[in-house]
Design a protein around this ligand. Structure first.
Ligand code: DGL
Length: 264
């Protein structure tokens, strides 16, 4: 098991924030990444579509003999993780439970949750936070324009700052003390989001806490890879590899050399 890769999937490019966190924490693990770029965004899709797409993504990764699957997409994690856990023979980790755990550890009284419309509508973060601490107050809102702004490369841009103010000032006004960045793309906007929220409000990147959970699960199973990986990580998309290569650079701060189309 130790030498087998970790499988990571997302609706597209955003899951690279989770990929990056996993590689920082576990540089010896080889990763197979699948971005379902043909069907993104998931954040505006229905529960049944998201579950179906997620199952197909997971089967693609299983065919590559992964030892564990990380559902990097918050929208997929909100709906599909229990289905995948019930049907697959490898551990499946989503980003919601680790993000909720971090929220409970870092928040004192009132936590904000932002995400896609699908994630916020699912109530998954709220349920996961309440399960751990029923006394924490939770305020959530969807911020659908953040994803296209990041994909446009408008990371530090006047328009993005205006949109961030529109979405986030109401959360600031109700007095949240921490904010869960409940979407793969939002950590890329940490500077803009942090600028609007101000210094006292902690930003929670669920990718980082998810990487910690991957580490502890593999460690407990004795499945960590202790040698340098035999080969490079593989990146697959379901459409438009050139765009993934180009926009992916924004997420990783480096070029992605090879991106293949899944099934080819
Ligand atoms: N990956 C998605 C998420 O974290 C954002 C992009 C999309 O809507 O597909 O929810």
């Amino acid at each position: 098991m130790n030498k087998k890769p970790i499988g990571v999937f997302d609706s597209g490019i955003g899951g690279l924030t989770v990929y990056r966190a996993i590689k920082q924490r576990l540089p010896r693990e080889r990763v197979i990444y699948l971005g379902d770029t043909a069907r993104l965004p998931y954040g505006s899709k229905s529960e049944s579509a998201i579950i179906r797409f997620s199952e197909e993504n997971a089967h693609f990764l299983m065919n590559h003999e992964v030892k564990l699957i990380v559902v990097a997409c918050n929208s997929s994690s909100s709906y599909a993780v229990p289905h995948l856990q019930a049907s697959l023979k490898v551990p499946v980790i989503g980003v919601i439970e680790p993000g909720a755990q971090a929220a409970v550890e870092l928040s004192r009284k009132k936590v904000g949750v932002i995400g896609t419309s699908a994630t916020i509508m699912s109530g998954a973060y709220e349920a996961a936070i309440r399960k751990r601490n029923p006394c924490l107050e939770i305020v959530s809102r969807d911020c659908p324009l953040f994803v296209p702004l990041v994909e446009e490369g408008w990371v530090d841009h006047a328009v993005t700052r205006m949109v961030a103010e529109e979405y986030l000032v109401p959360l600031k006004k109700v007095g949240i003390d921490s904010l869960v960045l409940g979407c793969t793309h939002y950590p890329v906007l940490s500077k803009v989001i942090g600028g609007v929220m101000g210094e006292g409000i902690r930003l929670i990147d669920s990718g980082v806490t998810t990487a910690g959970q991957v580490d502890s699960i593999l460690r407990n199973l004795g499945w960590l890879n202790h040698d340098p990986p035999d080969s490079e990580d593989d990146f697959y998309v379901t459409d438009f590899p050139d765009r993934f290569r180009r926009v992916g650079g924004i997420f990783l701060n480096r070029k992605i050399a090879r991106v293949s189309v899944a099934g080819n």
